[in-house]
Write a protein that binds this ligand. Structure first.
Ligand code: DGL
Length: 275
């Protein structure tokens, strides 16, 4: 760390990681943020480990090259498939979303049975199951590939989305997991569906949002790296500076991104990452 006011790089395959940025801004307003959305190459959730790792490492280098002092891999798929590769190639600390999500689930569950929903790739990697089993918890992972396009369509309170979620959760909270008491949202898009998922999930279930738990993990990591001295109180009150990079249309990023972030997005720059 070189500055008292850290620059945090946040990476996602597209817009969804803005839910993590939103949680970070709420918890850590005394930082500046660079957000990279690889919108030209999304979705990551249906791609192979090799491809996702290559894309994610490129994006991480880009953020580091632009001054990020800590990297947050906001994308569940990129974390699940490539956190090791990203961490090995980065020169700054890297925080992913899977470990914080698993830790939060562990602190909430009483029955020690967890359901995790995510993309095909995240579920196939079993990253969440491994992280939960390491905490002596039983986990069932359920791929919900239809939910990402529905959220991007803006159908967060739509009867079709509700019906689809009912089918997915019905299959997940079945034999052996009827009494699971935590649902982990293992995908950047799902926090937008929280009210709907609360209605659809069995009533005894608590929902763990990996965006919030990741923000708490980042705050803890920053505290270890950067104890706040009293002398910088004035600087720490300044509003966060936000800069966005997108590999596809800047206009589309602004339009869709606002829904995920919850406020207007201004400073977006187009980035052309060569294959
Ligand atoms: N960001 C991805 C995730 O959290 C969802 C979108 C995608 O598949 O690229 O898994």
């Amino acid at each position: 760390m070189t500055t008292r006011r850290p620059t945090i790089g946040v990476f996602d395959s597209g817009f969804g990681g803005l839910t993590v940025l939103k949680a970070l801004l709420e918890l850590i307003p005394d930082a500046d943020y660079l957000y990279f959305g690889d919108t030209a190459r999304l979705p990551y959730g249906s791609k192979s480990v090799e491809t996702v790792a290559r894309y994610a490492v490129e994006a991480a280098h880009y953020l580091e090259g632009h001054g990020a002092e800590l990297l947050v891999i906001a994308c569940n798929t990129a974390t699940a498939l490539a956190l090791d590769r990203i961490t090995a190639s980065a020169h700054v600390p890297v925080v992913g979303v899977v470990e914080p999500g698993a830790a939060a689930a562990a602190s909430v569950t009483k029955n020690k049975k967890i359901v995790v929903i995510g993309t095909e790739a995240t579920v196939s990697s079993h990253a969440y199951r491994k992280a939960l089993e390491a905490r002596s918890l039983d986990a069932r992972e359920k791929a919900c590939p239809l939910l990402v396009p529905m959220v991007e369509e803006g159908w967060v309170e739509h009867p079709v989305t509700e019906q689809v979620a009912r089918i997915y959760l019905g299959e997940a909270f079945a034999e052996g997991f009827v009494d699971a008491d935590v649902l982990v949202l293992g995908c950047t898009h799902y926090p937008l569906l929280k009210p709907l998922l609360h209605r659809v999930a069995p009533p005894h279930v608590s929902i763990v949002d990996s965006a919030e738990s990741t923000a708490r993990a980042v705050a803890a990591r920053l505290q270890a790296l950067l104890p706040p001295p009293p002398a910088v109180r004035e600087e720490r009150r300044a509003l966060p500076r936000l800069k966005f990079f997108a590999t596809d249309s800047v206009d589309k990023f602004r339009r869709l991104g606002e829904r995920f972030l919850g406020h207007p997005i201004e400073d977006v720059q187009h980035v052309d990452l060569k294959e």
